[in-house]
Design a protein around this ligand. Structure first.
Ligand code: PBG
Length: 334
């Protein structure tokens, strides 16, 4: 009779030994909590497709931010729902825009908390696209092309106004060609050469953004985002996108969504030395919430495993709507 000499189970026999040999662990420093800010007074309203995630008006924002800081989460990512929308997304770059105001408040309350500003126009344009568009009619339908180079100027204005308001990190998510270079030079010229760019380098045209578009009221009014966001079938193209961003001065590289693109996270990790960011997006959040509410899965265990997978795949930073929950669970676990 031959017995196995190599017994992998030796290192699995107790919680103590499993803990000692565990290769990847999550810590609260890994997480970024997104926040949706809106106009109005006394608003804390739950986003119906994202249970546990709320719109906050500025006068209710401090309670949320206080909780985030109390949990030890190092950063928030701000999204704003403006009062007015127009064709060029003016509310994205005005000095008293909703994101700018929220940034000023947060930095005055908690200077140590990092504020990351999402730099895009889709929440601020009446057509819901991430840049300026040229519209025309075809077969009785409104169509449009996004104007790449014309949009860059507006995105630079947006990034500069966010930095002026005190944003610590600029996170452009618009997927126009040349956006990192344009924003880098715009920030430098305005005196913000110390502000890092967290580029949404590899952002897919994904159905996983569905709940977010409800939350941010940013669904495109015609067409889709497939001419600027990436095709889900492509991975090699992701390397070209990331390489361009690195050459243009990106300090961190993001892959979005995360769950269905773990291979891409790993490819970027292996190819680049910049910090890699995974965005655990709204649809990934809502799927877990829905199944957990039905009692079909165990939320805490699933979230832990999912986020651990993203880190194991190579992410240094994870943007997730579960950040607060996860931070609380990590504390309890200690
Ligand atoms: C803005 C933006 C989007 C998300 C983050 N920034 C929406 C989109 O591209 O349609 C999605 C985030 C999420 O789904 O959680 N362009």
């Amino acid at each position: 009779m031959t017995f196995p000499i190599v017994r992998h189970r030796r290192l699995r026999q107790s919680a103590g030994i499993r803990g000692m040999v565990r290769e990847t662990v999550l810590t609260v420093d890994d997480f970024v909590q997104p926040i949706f800010v809106t106009y109005g007074n006394g608003v804390k309203s739950e986003i119906s497709s994202m249970p546990g995630v709320y719109h906050f008006s500025l006068d209710r924002l401090q309670e949320e931010v206080k909780e985030i800081v109390g949990l030890g989460i190092p950063a928030v990512l701000l999204f704003g729902i403006p009062e007015q929308k127009d064709s060029i997304g003016t509310s994205a770059f005005v000095d008293n825009g909703i994101v700018q105001e929220a940034t000023r408040l947060i930095k005055s309350w908690y200077p140590e908390l990092l504020v990351i500003a999402d730099t895009c126009l889709c929440e601020f344009t009446d057509h819901g696209h991430c840049g300026m568009v040229h519209t025309f009619e075809r077969d009785g339908h409104v169509c449009g092309d996004v104007l790449n180079d014309e949009s860059l100027e507006l995105l630079v204005k947006t990034a500069v106004s966010q930095a002026q308001a005190g944003a610590d990190i600029i996170a452009p998510s618009n997927m126009m060609d040349g956006f990192v270079q344009a924003i880098r030079s715009g920030l430098d010229e305005a005196g913000f050469n110390h502000v890092p760019i967290m580029s949404y380098s590899v952002k897919y045209a994904s159905a996983f953004y569905g709940p977010f578009r409800e939350a941010a009221d940013s669904a495109p009014q015609f067409g889709d985002r497939k001419t600027y966001q990436m095709d889900p079938g492509n991975a090699r193209e992701a390397l070209r996108e990331a390489e361009t961003d690195v050459l243009e001065g990106a300090d961190m590289l993001m892959v979005k969504p995360a769950l269905a693109y773990m291979d891409v996270i790993r490819m970027l990790r292996d190819q680049f030395d910049q910090p890699i960011v995974a965005y655990n997006v709204s649809g990934e959040y809502s799927m877990v919430k829905a199944a957990a509410r039905q009692g079909w899965i165990s939320e805490r265990a699933i979230v832990n495993e999912m986020l651990l997978g993203m880190k194991r795949a190579g992410a240094d930073i994870i943007i997730t709507y579960f950040a607060k929950d996860m931070a609380g669970w990590l504390r309890e676990g200690k």
